[in-house]
Design a protein around this ligand. Structure first.
Ligand SMILES: Nc1ncnc2c1ncn2[C@@H]1O[C@H](COP(=O)(O)OP(=O)(O)O)[C@@H](O)[C@H]1O
Ligand SMILES: [Mg+2]
Length: 297
């Protein structure tokens, strides 16, 4: 068997050229997008997708052109949240794939739109023999293709809804070196804050800017008397924000209507922008816009 020492150059595989050409294609596709933000959390189920979708609607309602890449290959949910039926066929052209169009013209690309049916899981060909490292490489490659092959066009904001896990930031940083920054989502439970704290450390170590922290499901607003009460007995998020020296972008209260799509298929922010929770989402968006403005000055 030949070892690497026996091979001249790349052994004829052209691997370096292929990587350079892939990077170049991705760069060209992302160039017309002014800002790229990734929404993440080490923890699952804290509301990354819900916050992403509602923030996107908030930005679009202010006149920004917005796109979302659902990067959670195993639990994609953005299409469902923004009312894009799974049966909708995406138009494939020689130039790439036209993204689905959700509420307020938001462009959406998600792995599940390429799956045969709404309840198909993503299956890697290597099946049960695939190691975690290999799966992570395939995940990264799938994301590169989704990002590169989508005809995003000109956008003001592309928001990337990340799967749980702090290691995922490596992929995003590699794929999008010009990422504006990361929004970290937590809930007020000690376990969530512990995991999110690790995710913040990892992002900082990699030199990725952290736009700030969002505390979701911070409080519960009683629909009868409008009183706000605590939902979890956790540590105050302000402590985490001070410890890690990252801004607190906002605290979004729990509102049962966030998880309930209305009969018309509308997302929470489309119908309840003026509610306490809607206003909290607007405040988070205000703070993200301030961060972007300061960065460009
Ligand atoms: N502020 C909120 N108020 C009420 N329910 C929420 C809120 N944020 C998220 N949820 C609900 O919590 C669940 C998990 O949210 P999701 O956005 O899927 O989390 P993640 O993307 O982090 O896994 C969903 O059922 C969602 O509707
Ligand atoms: Mg999600």
């Amino acid at each position: 068997m030949k070892t690497y020492d026996d091979l001249a150059g790349d052994g004829g595989s052209n691997v370096i050229e292929q990587v350079v050409s892939q990077r170049e294609k991705l760069r060209k596709r992302l160039d017309p997008i002014k800002h790229k933000i990734s929404v993440m959390s080490g923890k699952g189920g804290v509301g990354k997708s819900s916050v992403t979708a509602n923030m996107a609607v908030c930005l679009a309602s202010r006149g920004f052109k917005v796109g979302i890449l659902d990067a959670d290959l195993n639990g994609p949910s953005i299409g469902k949240l923004l009312n894009v039926p799974h049966s909708e066929k995406l138009e494939i052209t020689p130039e790439g794939v036209q993204p689905a169009i959700g509420a307020l013209g938001i462009k959406i690309m998600s792995m599940d739109m390429l799956l045969p049916s709404a309840d198909s899981p993503v299956m890697w060909n290597e099946g049960k023999d695939a190691t975690a490292v290999w799966i992570s490489m395939m995940e990264s490659q799938a994301l590169r293709e989704l990002l590169t092959d989508t005809i995003w066009g000109e956008l003001d904001y592309l928001i990337i809804d990340m799967p749980p896990g702090s290691d995922r930031i490596d992929n995003v940083r590699d794929l999008i070196p010009e990422l504006d920054g990361v929004v970290e989502i937590t809930i007020p439970s000690p376990i969530s804050q512990h995991i999110v704290s690790k995710s913040i450390t990892k992002s900082s170590q990699l030199g990725v800017s952290i736009i700030g922290l969002v505390e979701n499901m911070a409080t519960y607003v009683c629909p009868h008397c409008n009183e706000e009460g605590k939902l979890f007995e956790g540590e105050d998020v302000e402590k985490l924000s001070q410890e890690k020296k990252i801004p607190l972008l906002g605290r979004i209260p729990f509102d049962t209507r966030v998880s309930r799509q209305s009969g018309s298929g509308k997302l929470f922010f489309e119908e309840h922008a003026d509610s306490v929770t809607g206003q909290a989402i607007s405040q988070v968006v205000d703070n993200i816009l301030k961060f972007i403005q300061n960065k460009s000055n």
